[in-house]
Design a protein around this ligand. Structure first.
Ligand SMILES: [Fe+2]
Length: 397
């Protein structure tokens, strides 16, 4: 059974209040746990099982890192096709070979692959009003998979197997986002990361929070180490600008031409000030705030959750044309009405006769009454009647 942990249980023994006051978006936090804190979150059996879901993995979702460098995808994948498109599909034997050689495995977007990871992602999203995305990192030797870097989202790293030493550096890039403008090449990262802020040895059940932009790296200190990194991205001011962009398009004031350049800087400044005030007015309006609040509430990754079985709402059908009857004309079965007759495909006359004798019926009732026929044939006949307009939903005219 999946144990859904609340955000305070995830953070325990640190309280939520303490986390938000002292750490959230401020500084890293290591919360030691015990191996039972996040049951069934990830182990070798679970990893083997999800890696066996062959149909989901491609070179984009399954990567290998060797000594700070990405292993070229062609080296561990075979060409294949999915949904009619050419893709590179990881080959288990080749992947195993690289793991044997000390590579680290990175599995991207695993947050829907087990109920436990999915529940954890949901809790983070609900508590942080943000989108959570899970990646798995598995190293098979004491090697460094990633050079010092920062992430463009907050990281909540859940350690599950073995031990790994993380080094957190003092410096933090000021709220970087995923855009080329914020890329820092590895050689520059070394110069910008600053001194060591903390060394953290992560053990199963431990959680490490690293705010967006904080430099870090990690080195497996066991032969096998595994963690799940939840990358959490919230709404930022830039999203407000995007929402306003959409809103201003529907406002005529923003569709009027600007004063011509010949009218001078003064005219330009006046227009900019007028529109600036209009933006401020829109942003402060109740309707915009309501709209943005709805956007915030919907700001989640959509994980499909169906509780099966879904009760079937059976449609009640009725025969639309009165006076229909199954007759035999020159030895062949026909469906006769006041306006004429049409042939019935051989073998379906009994089904047709049953349908026309009904006042109202459901597909389920037809299947029970005509149990000597297979379900497919019964449904097919009902559908043929529908297409010919002889049968319709009881609610339809
Ligand atoms: Fe990272």
């Amino acid at each position: 059974m999946t144990i859904n942990k609340t955000f305070s249980e995830i953070l325990a023994p640190i309280s939520e209040a303490e986390f938000f006051d002292a750490y959230y978006d401020k500084k890293p936090l290591h919360i030691p746990g015990d191996p039972g804190k996040f049951p069934n979150l990830m182990d070798f059996d679970i990893l083997s099982r999800i890696l066996g879901l062959n149909s989901i993995w491609t070179a984009d979702t399954l990567g290998l890192m060797l000594d700070n460098t990405q292993v070229p995808r062609e080296k561990y994948c075979d060409p294949g096709s999915r949904d009619g498109r050419s893709v590179l599909i990881p080959n288990a034997e080749k992947v195993g070979g690289f793991l044997q050689a000390g590579a680290s495995l990175v599995a991207i977007d695993i947050d829907t692959l087990t109920p436990e990871i999915s529940a954890l992602a949901d809790t983070l999203e609900d508590s942080l009003s943000a989108k959570a995305q899970a990646n798995l990192y598995f190293s098979s030797q004491r090697r460094q998979a990633f050079a010092s870097h920062f992430d463009t989202h907050d990281v909540y790293a859940f350690h599950t197997v073995g031990e790994k030493v993380w080094r957190i550096y003092e410096n933090r890039e000021p709220h970087p986002i995923r855009h080329a403008a914020f890329k820092v090449p590895p050689e520059q990262a070394k110069a910008r990361r600053g001194g060591v802020l903390m060394d953290v040895t992560m053990k199963p059940g431990d959680l490490l929070y690293i705010p967006r932009g904080q430099y870090h790296d990690a080195l497996a200190s066991d032969d096998f180490a595994m963690h799940i990194a939840m990358g959490v991205t919230g709404i930022i001011g830039y999203d407000l600008v995007s929402a306003l962009l959409e809103r201003t398009m529907h406002d005529e004031r923003f569709r009027v031409n600007f004063p011509r350049a010949a009218l001078g800087r003064g005219a330009l400044k006046t227009r900019i000030e007028t529109l600036g005030a209009a933006i401020a007015e829109i942003a402060a309006s109740d309707s915009f705030i309501d709209q943005f609040s709805q956007y915030q509430q919907r700001f989640r990754n959509n994980r499909m959750k169906l509780s099966l079985p879904v009760p079937v709402a059976e449609e009640v059908l009725r025969v639309k044309t009165p006076g229909l009857a199954v007759k035999s004309v020159q030895g062949r079965p026909v469906l006769a009405s006041a306006s004429g007759a049409m042939p019935i495909p051989p073998g379906k006359e009994k089904i047709a006769a049953w349908i026309v004798a009904q006042d109202r019926f459901t597909a389920h009732q037809a299947a029970s009454a005509l149990s000597e026929f297979d379900l497919l044939t019964v449904n097919e006949t009902i559908n043929d009647f529908r297409k010919m307009g002889l049968v319709a939903g009881a609610g339809a005219s």
